[in-house]
Unconditional design. Structure first.
Length: 255
């Protein structure tokens, strides 16, 4: 039996994209060199650069008063102690309960933690797509897509976030507790979940709202038990400060 023309075309596109994907990533790997125990690229960024803050937050979660690391100088001092001098400016501005999620990764060596992070992203997408009834070809297309390439190159959480969003929609009615838990986890990136409360209120999904509120509060309480309440007090002021600075830089760039 011959495959449908559309499926045949998608398979050919997938194969071509896979070759491109492998070549780009292989070329990137040839630029890496070791420095202070970390692999870095030609721009001196560590491999999986966006994962670095997440991993370091997991390490800092067990420090005394981790809320102090919302201050740029203290955070950069820890970054310098880890990577050596001269690394690009970084800051920590995520919600406090991300520390709770980052903690297991911070207990691992950086490169092992990065591999686990990326592997979980692909696994989560595979399971979410399978639960949705999507054909296997769709997952293979996702694996070699440009967003997946950026996730692999930069250690971005895009695959995990995409899987969480798909999981929320799949479970809104069938498993409201599961949808609520995923919504609570999505609060680590508040800008992605800003429309969900409107959707839930408009559609009257009160059980999902209740579960999401419960799990979000539980994450906040567990984080406070782990790291103290000072963390929650320091976060809003630092986030507002970073947002204001970024807006000022954007305005200056337009001049």
């Amino acid at each position: 039996m011959q495959p449908a023309p559309q499926t045949h075309w998608l398979t050919e596109w997938r194969n071509a994209a896979a070759i491109f994907f492998v070549l780009i990533y292989a070329a990137y790997l040839t630029t890496l060199h070791g420095q202070h125990g970390f692999l870095r690229d030609l721009d001196q960024f560590v491999i999986g650069r966006d994962f670095l803050n997440f991993w370091l937050a997991g390490r800092l979660a067990l420090h005394d008063n981790p809320g102090q690391y919302y201050e740029w100088q203290r955070y950069m001092a820890e970054l310098t102690a880890t990577l050596g001098t001269g690394y690009t400016e970084n800051h920590w501005s995520y919600p406090p309960h991300l520390l709770l999620i980052a903690l297991p990764f911070g207990l691992l060596p950086y490169h092992l933690a990065l591999l686990l992070w990326l592997g979980l992203g692909y696994l989560a997408c595979q399971r979410a797509l399978r639960a949705s009834g999507a054909p296997r070809l769709l997952f293979s297309l996702l694996c070699v897509s440009v967003p997946a390439l950026f996730a692999l190159l930069c250690g971005q959480p895009s695959l995990l976030l995409a899987a969480a969003i798909l999981g929320i929609f799949l479970n809104l009615d069938r498993h409201p507790a599961r949808a609520g838990l995923l919504l609570a986890l999505l609060t680590i990136k508040p800008q992605l979940g800003i429309l969900f409360p409107i959707l839930l209120l408009a559609t009257g999904r009160w059980r999902v709202i209740a579960y999401a509120s419960f799990f979000t509060l539980a994450l906040a309480l567990l984080t406070a038990l782990l790291a103290g309440t000072g963390l929650h007090a320091a976060a809003p002021a630092r986030t507002i400060e970073i947002t204001a600075n970024d807006q000022m830089k954007f305005n200056l760039a337009k001049i």
